[in-house]
Design a protein around this ligand. Structure first.
Ligand SMILES: [Mn+2]
Length: 321
């Protein structure tokens, strides 16, 4: 059962020091949602920071505004911890202890979670982005987003909807964006910041991963990998590989796209997307992960080759059923 935004607003109002926790490898939604929420809470006089495990991707840094921090060991405990765009501590495992150190926990998320375990939870898998939920929370709190907050919310929503192309895009999505115009957002400049701000190294990594794509199951499944060696050779980090999945899914006839991301020796994050009918959530769940019907993932403690075998076995059922 969800708590209400009224309850969550009350709890936020009563806290002094609030830390926000996006998921690891934060995407536009995780960064935009936490940036907007942090800015509002600071405006209310709260001591608020967004805790992250590693530096933000370059194209999202315009939202930083001294809010995002990689915490040191002796950082002070918060009164309240809020997980945004995730609802389990496994999504930010390195920061788990800090998250729990405050003693009161809240989640605001749009990923399915059958057993939310924090003190308060607002989980709406129907929302296109966590940014939608932060916008609604702001509304509930009678807070009109500043231009910067509106730009962060726009960044959250444009990235999680594939720039308004995915099926999670609804009338409501556009209606929220419409409201954001009231704050004077400049959509063109934010979009340039997000989408046309890539390093040449990143583009080379994407090209390399895409060129190694395999088409399987009669062309219905596209799969590729991004290994630590590839990152070293191109001078990139794993978050640079994010667009790879969209590229390989765009191939005609492909229903499921899978990117195997080698996080370290014997550790692979499997990123999966489907195009129309297949549920990658089913595949992810079978392998101990989660997500949405059309975007899901899991972490496998095995080599990349072993992970490929395990994932293909699970995917086979989806494509044959
Ligand atoms: Mn999201």
């Amino acid at each position: 059962m969800n708590n209400s935004f009224t309850e969550i607003a009350e709890k936020l109002g009563g806290a002094g020091r609030i830390y926000l926790f996006p998921h690891e490898n934060p995407d536009g939604d995780a960064v935009g949602s936490t940036a907007a929420l942090c800015s509002m809470l600071r405006d209310m006089g709260k001591e608020c920071y967004v805790m992250i495990e590693e530096e933000l991707p370059e194209n999202l840094r315009f939202m930083d505004d001294d809010m995002f921090v990689i915490p040191e060991e002796n950082v002070e405990r918060p009164d309240l911890s809020v997980a945004v765009d995730c609802s389990e501590t496994s999504r930010f495992s390195k920061l788990k202890d800090l998250f729990l150190s405050g003693g009161y926990t809240i989640s605001i998320d749009h990923h399915e979670n059958e057993k939310p375990s924090f003190d308060m939870n607002y989980i709406d898998p129907g929302a296109a982005a966590a940014g939608d939920l932060i916008y609604k929370l702001m509304k509930e709190m009678d807070h009109i987003p500043s231009k910067k907050e509106a730009e962060a919310l726009f960044a959250a929503i444009t990235t999680d909807t594939g720039n308004f192309q995915y099926s999670n895009t609804t009338r409501e999505t556009h209606s929220i964006i419409c409201d954001l115009y009231e704050s004077g957002i400049d959509i063109s400049s934010v979009s340039t910041e997000i989408y046309e701000n890539e390093s040449p190294e990143k583009i080379r990594l994407i090209c390399r991963a895409v060129s190694e794509m395999e088409l399987l199951f009669g062309g219905k499944l596209a799969l590729t990998r991004v290994t630590q060696d590839m990152l070293k050779e191109t001078g990139t980090v794993m978050s640079d590989a994010e667009p790879v999945i969209k590229e390989i899914r765009s191939v005609r006839g492909v229903e499921i796209a899978i990117v195997l991301k080698e996080r370290g020796p014997g550790k692979v994050f499997v990123s999966m997307r489907s195009k129309s009918y297949a549920s990658v959530l089913e595949i992810a769940r079978e392998l101990g992960g989660g997500g949405h019907q059309k975007a899901a993932g899991c972490t496998l403690n095995m080599t990349v080759d072993e992970a490929e075998e395990a994932v293909l076995k699970a995917a086979k059922k989806q494509l044959e059923s």
